[in-house]
Structure formats: structure tokens, C-alpha cells
Design a protein around this ligand. Sequence first.
Ligand code: CO
Length: 218
Amino acid sequence: MANEKYTATENYQRLLDNNKKFVAERLSEDPTYFDKLALGQSPDFLWIGCSDSRVPANEITGTESGEIFVHRNVANLVDITDMNMLSVLHYSVDVLKVRHIIVCGHYGCGGVLAAMGNSHIGVVNHWISAIKDVYSLNRKELDAITDEHERGRRLVELNVISQVKNLAKIPHVQRAWKERELRIHGWVYGLSDGILHDLDVMHDGMEDIDPIYRFDNL
Ligand code: CO
């Protein structure tokens, strides 16, 4: 958002100025705040969310630095060949031992809406083609929703559910389930009201997934 104090070309300066205020505020509350953070992290949560600038993980969940390990991409996808996502997943599950993985989509997601359409924008179409697969798999339910806005909202939800299922297919997740508790949640954030909706699709064990995806020798 624009700020009258800064010209458009100096707008970035606001971020650096804000940082000085952030440091001063934190230190006034706790002089050891950064010393403690520098010692290490042990977050309970891995967040897989959309890159959309309106869905900042910490801000909307009232959490602080050190509480959520974050991975964001266009339309919060879990592509099991994505080395970036797999590296984040491996580190957070196997090393940091997070207890919960939250896949968080959001209503009005541009990536999801683009996947509903037939325009070729560029390379992003390759990325969001997985959402067309979600649509195709749920075509009967989605095509029955005559209101396009409502259909888009349902596809956002179905996309989150699909990504929760994708996570459960990954051997790292299944191996963790053999050793400890790890819960995968599917949430959707409302841009227009700020509310997080739990879709109640929690996966926390092998029994939650289709047997064809289960590995029995981990
Ligand atoms: Co989005």
C-alpha cells in the first residue's frame, strides 16, 4: 500500500524504516528477544500456503518468529516432484520434528481461478495444471454449481483437500507416522473477512489414505 511519506521510487525505504521500529519494539519488550531466536528454532507447525501477499502465515495466525516453518507457492500446491517443497518438508518433518502440517488455501485465489479458465498466461499454466486435474476429478460436483463465484470457492477447497492427500503420499510423511504423531490439516482463509476455515480433512495416519499409496517397508 502507498504511504504519503514516501515517493513511489522510495517506497522500499518504508520497509527498512519499519524494520528499525520492529527491532526497537521487540527489544523494549524483551532485551534478549533476538539472542533467544538466534539460538535456534523448534517450530510446531509447517505451513504450506499461497504466495499471495494477502495471506501472511504469521500475521493471520497471531504467531511470532520461530513458531511456523513456511513454504509458499502459487496456489499452495504439493507437487511430489518439487525439490523445493520436498526439501522444506524433509527438514521440517525429519529434523525440526514439526507436529502439524497446515495446507492453507484462500478464497479468491488467482491461481485456482486461472486454472478454472482457458487462458494461457505463461509458465504459470504448467504449475497450475495440477488444479485442472482436481477440477477434472471433481467435475460432476463442480459443474453442478451454477454460480461461478461459488464454484471457484469450492475448487479452492477441493484443491486444499487434494494437496493434503498429496502430502500423505510422500514417504517422509508416512515414515514419520510410524514413529510419532504428525497431523496434516486443510484450511482455507477468507480474504474478505480474515477468517480461517478448518475443512476437517485431517490426515494423521496410514488409515487415512488409499492403500495403493501406502508404503509398507519404510
Ligand atoms: Co492464491
